[in-house]
Design a protein around this ligand. Structure first.
Ligand SMILES: [Ca+2]
Ligand SMILES: [Ca+2]
Length: 366
């Protein structure tokens, strides 16, 4: 009696489990088997009205960069029970990882990247009592752009289907892909500068420098002339020639789309801005302007009008600091030590006056 009861109990438990399992899988299998039962229900709900999409539909990127696509299933009023998804992608992109949301929480087949076939596939189902409506985000996919050109990330339509309660057939009516345009990798050119400065012949003098570049960049609309400013540090060599401490990486400039020559301007704190020359940054990174001398003496920068110009007002302050034959440096007078010997003396004054060749001397600006 007890044994028979247990056996019956086992059978009903097994039946109950089977009901649950088949409910989960019903959607998936319905599209394949086309059960008779739902023949009647087919007319009650529209089929083929879901849209499965990858967003954004257009992605512009560059070699080496990553981008993320979102996989949405817009189902409207349909009650989605399962989705079986296969995505193919072109060789210019590489799928690196994916994240699955909880919108369809039952994993019917785990997500898998097949790098060789360039596919991704996954099958997801709803809980038995909670079919999904609306426009859920199912998966996010992170790709890396590996080679330039036009690519697509698209659904394999034969292998991408969704099942909805009350529908026997695949309910997806539209598949929306992403077009990926990949440009060349941006390589920033480097720049090494050598330049002399009036009065400077000592080694290991360090100074800040502002650099202005005028260059031409080719873009989709045509050629465009641009100006970019950089800051760097210069150190003098044994001849007193100032050199960029490390080659300056010209962030923001794309070497591959540069056209022609780039004009280089440089200014240190108390010199006038000077055009050092032009350089083809596609061919070389060295601009040797050690035959050019930065003119020092722009000590009065008290207003915009006084900046980058040397005139009488610039001479007054160093002359005032020159009270003794040799004057120890103070924070205020250190800038007047233009030969960097640790004193303000007659040599500094003569160096400054040697630049004072006309009443008003202006720096060269881009
Ligand atoms: Ca000035
Ligand atoms: Ca000095």
């Amino acid at each position: 009696m007890t044994g028979k009861y247990l056996q019956q109990h086992k059978i009903s438990l097994a039946l109950a489990m089977l009901v649950v399992i088949s409910f989960v899988f019903a959607g998936v299998f319905a599209s394949v088997t086309g059960t008779k039962k739902s023949q009647d229900q087919r007319s009650q709900a529209a089929t083929n009205s879901a849209v499965i999409s990858l967003q954004p539909g257009q992605q512009d990127t560059r070699v080496g960069e990553k981008f993320t696509l979102a996989l949405f299933l817009e189902v409207g009023d349909l009650r989605i029970s399962a989705a079986d998804i296969t995505i193919d992608y072109d060789a210019g992109v590489q799928l690196e990882k994916f994240e699955v949301t909880q919108a369809l929480p039952v994993v019917l087949r785990a997500g898998a990247i097949n790098a060789g076939q360039r596919t991704f596939s996954i099958a997801l189902g709803s809980g038995p009592q909670t079919p999904v409506t609306g426009s859920p985000l199912l998966v996010t996919l992170t790709f890396k752009a590996v080679s330039p050109g036009s690519n697509t990330v698209h659904f394999n339509q034969a292998m991408t289907q969704a099942a909805a309660l009350g529908n026997t057939a695949n309910v997806i009516g539209a598949y929306r892909q992403t077009s990926v345009t990949i440009g060349d990798q941006v390589v920033s050119p480097k720049l090494t500068i050598k330049v002399a400065q009036v009065g400077l012949s000592k080694q290991d003098v360090i100074t800040q420098a502002d650099i202005g570049l005028v260059y031409t960049q080719q873009n989709a609309a045509g050629q465009e002339k641009k100006l970019k400013l950089y800051k760097t540090e210069l150190t003098s060599n044994q001849s007193g020639v100032l050199i960029t401490k490390t080659p300056l990486t010209l962030e923001g400039i794309n070497q591959s789309t540069l056209v022609g020559m780039t004009e280089v301007y440089l200014k240190t704190p108390y010199t006038l801005s000077k055009k050092l020359g032009s350089i083809d940054l596609k061919q070389t990174e060295l601009l040797d302007a050690s035959d050019k001398k930065l003119v020092i003496g722009d000590f009065d920068q008290s207003s915009e009008q006084e900046k980058n110009v040397i005139r009488l007002t610039d001479i007054v302050a160093p002359l005032q600091a020159y009270t003794l034959l040799e004057n120890q440096l103070t924070p205020e007078t250190a800038k007047f030590d233009v030969d960097y010997n640790g004193l303000v003396d007659i040599r500094d004054i003569s160096i400054v006056l040697s630049s004072f060749t006309q009443l008003e001397l202006r720096g060269e600006v881009p």
